[in-house]
Design a protein around this ligand. Sequence first.
Ligand code: FAD
Length: 448
Amino acid sequence: MDQWDVAIIGGGILGTSTAFWLADQYDARIVLLEKERDVAEHTSRRNTGVIHRPFYLDPESRRIFARSAQTAYGMWKQYAQAKGLPFKPVGTFEVAVTPDQTSRVKKYYSWGLKNGMQPDELELLTAEEVKKYEPHVHCYGAVWSKTDTAVDYRTFTRSLRRDAEQRGAVFRTGTMVKSIKPTTDGINIHTSNDDKVQTRFLINCAGGNSLNVAHMLGVGMQYTDLNFRGEYWTIRKDQYHLANHNIYTIPKHPELPFLDPHWIIRADGRREVGPSALPVAGSYTYHGFFRDPIELIQKLLEPPVMNKLAVLVNRDFLQLAMEEWKSALSKKEWAKRIQEFLPEMKVEYLAKPGTAGVRASVIDEKGNFLKEAIELEGPSSYHITNYNSPGATGAPAFSAWIVNKLASMGRLDHLHPRTQSVKGSWDYQTVAESVGGSNHTLQPLDDS
Ligand SMILES: Cc1cc2nc3c(=O)[nH]c(=O)nc-3n(C[C@H](O)[C@H](O)[C@H](O)COP(=O)(O)OP(=O)(O)OC[C@H]3O[C@@H](n4cnc5c(N)ncnc54)[C@H](O)[C@@H]3O)c2cc1C
């Protein structure tokens, strides 16, 4: 049997950056198991590609995500520069599409400052001022976050994998975890290649599959999840001029913030509009509603069934789901949603389907969607689930914070700390403390 000190399940941006920090800090046998042939094959590539500044995150209820995003901005900026990776500052206008949303615009401005953004990175704009910058946009006012940036998270993740490997972490791609069993001194993992892997400690970063992995160990049984596919349309090139910044709209349902339409600029300059948030049956359902009928039945009957029943009797949710289906089926409905803030949008400007990614949203016993990531402890294991947007932005900071937290809980006592640190772009202690500590300035790191 293969013996490891730590095994990580999932080679998305979270698992890869966790492997990076563990190998950076410890002289240990670290393995990452990823079912696909490469890292970042799922949500970590199928996303909007925005480095989100944390102006829209409540500094109290979304504290860790806000701090992770704030800390990580400077990290990514420095990393992209050091490695020659795409980094395109585009800026975001978060616009009020109804008069009553202007109070939320102001709230976002104050949250941005509370979360550590600098006053010159944010500006409140009236509708007329928005018109000066974006003449085609209709709104009642906006907050302009000037440093939101377009990147390619797949290239970031691949590059982080190389850095982790240089520090000694082993990436086993094409290796799917089929079952996990606790033993007296760790965990036994059975993989699709019929390998038997033994680890003293397991970290579950399996993204849309993370709750299923936790359930294999009887952990997090009070939770279940629902999957929503976010679809985008690529805009016809001759209409790129309709907006030169990202245009996001204030969420109509703050508890379901992923539903509101936006216009984004990709790192390569493409313009896309989206997303829909179509309920689908599985984490990898990129087309249609389910990949096979068994998958759908399994999803609906997956315990605990009560959580899903609680959501399914929620009229707001059902209405939203219906609306999402309508726009998934009709391009005209899509264009209509975008016209809310870009009245000149026409069906024929939607050139072809863009990227689609699936979000797994965890729901509790009362049918509430949980906003922050959930950390669950198990026997010789730690599970991170509900790691949703802006998870890609915050990953290098959030993962340092997790590693630091595990160390302070004594869960990494079996590892040997490195006596000499490896030279790299980021300082572990500063990053971890910037997310979790109270005596720091919350500046984006190294954003000199
Ligand atoms: C439509 C959409 C747009 C988004 N846009 C943004 C954005 O602009 N900015 C931002 O910051 N965030 C964004 N996000 C969120 C962000 O993409 C995610 O938070 C982040 O990518 C999650 O990373 P992850 O590593 O947890 O998951 P993933 O990238 O899904 O990685 C999990 C990995 O685990 C592997 N795995 C699963 N089960 C097993 C198993 N049994 N054995 C082995 N391997 C397994 C999978 O193959 C996968 O590679 C967006 C999300 C969506 C859905």
